[in-house]
Design a binder for this molecule. Sequence first.
Ligand SMILES: [Zn+2]
Length: 277
Amino acid sequence: MRAIDVHVHPSTRGLDTHACHYFRRELNQVPQTAETFADLYIKQDVRALLIGWHPSTVREGARNSNEHVIDLAVSYPDAFAGVLASLDVNAANLDEVARYAEGLLRHASVKGFKFHPPDQGFYPSDKKFYKIWDILQSGNKPVMFHVGFTVLGANTDGGSGIALDYGRPIHLDTLARDFPRMKIIAAHPGWPWEQELIGVLTHKKNVYGDISGYLAEQLPEIFLKAIRGRLQDKALFGTDFPYVDLEKALTSFDKVDFKSAAKERILFSNAQALFQL
Ligand SMILES: [Zn+2]
């Protein structure tokens, strides 16, 4: 296996055409059937972790869901290593959400969880979610949070109701302090707070970062320097497919001057160890 891609949105459902446009992706290049989607990962010899969350800005087409990505992972094990399940933090009854999370944790295809604080409108460090975090920490599966800028609502009046503040990396610092056994993944380099994120990654052993949403050559310079050096054990390869193309992401990664040990760690073994794949 060449790599593990820890940040993949199924292009079969919940496709955000606005985000595709932002990343200049032609829709006819994006696989929209389960088979063509799986084939793309098999051809590149990469295994993906599929995200079950559905963006609030996507209102057309079929909805993405945990059940949909679990189905894909079960049907195409050579392409998909498992799923990062999502929870509705805005549900009226958080005890029910907690019980649902317990069920997901028992599912073999569920390798972790993914949240999008700016789109879901919540602070990861808000104490009202601590009973849910307690359960996820006990379940011993990593929990990913979007950090930094989001293309969702970008260049629209009022950002379509989305506030960037929820995605500040510093909120994960508080969470990591209060849940020291929770493996936390900050998705993306955190721009425009990439320095804040590097501070959190350096200080909290239980926080990791993925490089998704960027071609490796275009990562913020200070972030790239950090993951080539002392943070090489904490960085994970991810694309943010379908918004970033897998093949282009791999080619770009190859062009960056990583030491070969760091390269192998970021592409493969850090994620293998973290998700126990
Ligand atoms: Zn994403």
